[in-house]
Design a protein around this ligand. Structure first.
Ligand code: AR6
Length: 170
């Protein structure tokens, strides 16, 4: 990888010791399946209590909480778009998720942040297009800002890992 500020890992994002992990949440912010369920399970019930006070989150936006029982100090909850075929501004909304999450990391002076593939599970966003958006938005943001110092993309399986690996090696 060319930039030391961008890394790729394969595995479970809930185990990472970083300043923030990003959650692929839904607009209620009250938990769900996929990585959201895994994060709430690992963080413990105090996370849900804090989330109840946030009054949800719009698609493309992000909100931050503490990390509770996670090794990660914070959780940045972002709501990705449901994929409807690409005609409902899904790419722009996904780009907005990365921008909003990175902005929160910057505002909170977080040095390390880890992203799962937002929208690429239950929400059905094509993984290759989602990865292009994730990498482009991240590179653009870090080229203009000193925080976060490091961004880690976390692939959950071999297919996702290969998609990011090829993009980051370009
Ligand atoms: N670590 C890293 N990545 C993971 C993990 C994990 N532990 N678990 C799943 N992934 P998804 P979405 C990957 O479905 O598509 C929830 O119910 C997974 O392989 O978690 O944004 C929410 O409440 C995929 O690549 O999120 C929403 O209702 C990526 O994480 C809805 O799902 C995202 O998959 C959000 O759907």
């Amino acid at each position: 990888m060319k930039s030391k500020r961008v890394e790729l890992l394969k595995g479970d994002i809930t185990t990472l010791k970083v300043d923030a992990i990003v959650n692929a949440a839904n607009s209620s912010l009250l938990g769900g399946g996929g990585v959201d369920g895994a994060i709430h399970m690992a963080a413990g019930p105090d996370l849900l209590n804090e989330c109840r006070d946030l009054n949800g989150c719009s698609t493309g936006q992000a909100k931050i909480t503490r990390g509770y029982n996670l090794q990660a100090g914070h959780i940045i909850h972002t709501v990705g778009p449901v994929w409807y075929g690409g005609y409902k501004d899904e790419p722009e909304q996904l780009a907005s998720c990365y921008q909003a999450s990175l902005k929160l990391a910057k505002e909170n002076k977080l040095k390390t942040i880890a992203f799962p593939g937002i929208s690429t599970g239950i929400y059905g966003f094509p993984k290759d297009l989602a990865a292009v958006i994730a990498v482009n938005e991240t590179k653009r943001f870090i080229s203009r800002n000193s925080y976060p110092e490091k961004v880690i993309f976390v692939a959950y399986d071999d297919e996702g890992y290969e998609i990011y690996r090829k993009l980051l090696n370009q």
